[in-house]
Unconditional design. Structure first.
Length: 134
C-alpha cells in the first residue's frame, strides 16, 4: 500500500511541476478505469468462488485488498486531474468534492470519472478557441 501511495504522490508532483493538462490526465484516468472493468469482474467472480470454502478465504481477502489498491491508484490519477482543474480555474474545489469522494467507491468511480471528463471537456472547450485575428 505504501508503494502505491508513493506512486500516486510522485505522479502528483510530476503533474504539478510539468503543468500537465488536466483534460489529458482525466481522459487517461477514465481509460484506465474502463480497461480495468474485466479485471474487476474477474477478481469478483474468483473471490466468490474462493469464499465458498474456508480454506481459500484468505485468498479472497487478498484479492479484495489488491482490488482496493488498484481503485486507490486509478482514483488518485483523477484526483490529481481535479486538483489541476481547480488550479487552472476550470472548477471550484466545492464542485470537485463529490467527484473526489466517488473516485474511491467501486462502480461509482467509473461513472464519476466519465462525468468529470465530460464536464471538464466542456469547461476547457471555450478556453481553447484560438483567435487568429480575423
Amino acid at each position: 500500500a505504501l508503494s502505491f501511495s508513493n506512486f500516486s504522490f510522485i505522479c502528483f508532483l510530476i503533474c504539478i511541476i510539468k503543468k500537465c493538462d488536466p483534460l489529458v490526465l482525466a481522459k487517461t484516468a477514465m481509460v484506465i478505469k474502463l480497461i480495468q472493468i474485466p479485471a474487476y469482474i474477474g477478481i469478483f467472480v474468483l473471490s466468490i468462488l474462493l469464499i465458498i470454502t474456508i480454506f481459500t478465504f484468505g485468498f479472497a481477502i487478498a484479492l479484495f485488498i489488491v482490488d482496493c489498491l488498484c481503485l486507490f491508484v486509478s482514483g488518485m490519477l483523477n484526483v490529481i486531474a481535479m486538483f489541476l482543474s481547480v488550479k487552472e480555474r476550470y472548477f471550484k474545489l466545492g464542485q470537485c468534492i463529490p467527484y473526489i469522494v466517488f473516485q474511491f467507491v467501486f462502480c461509482a468511480d467509473l461513472i464519476s470519472s466519465v462525468l468529470f471528463y465530460r464536464r471538464l471537456k466542456k469547461a476547457v472547450a471555450p478556453c481553447s478557441v484560438v483567435d487568429n485575428g480575423v
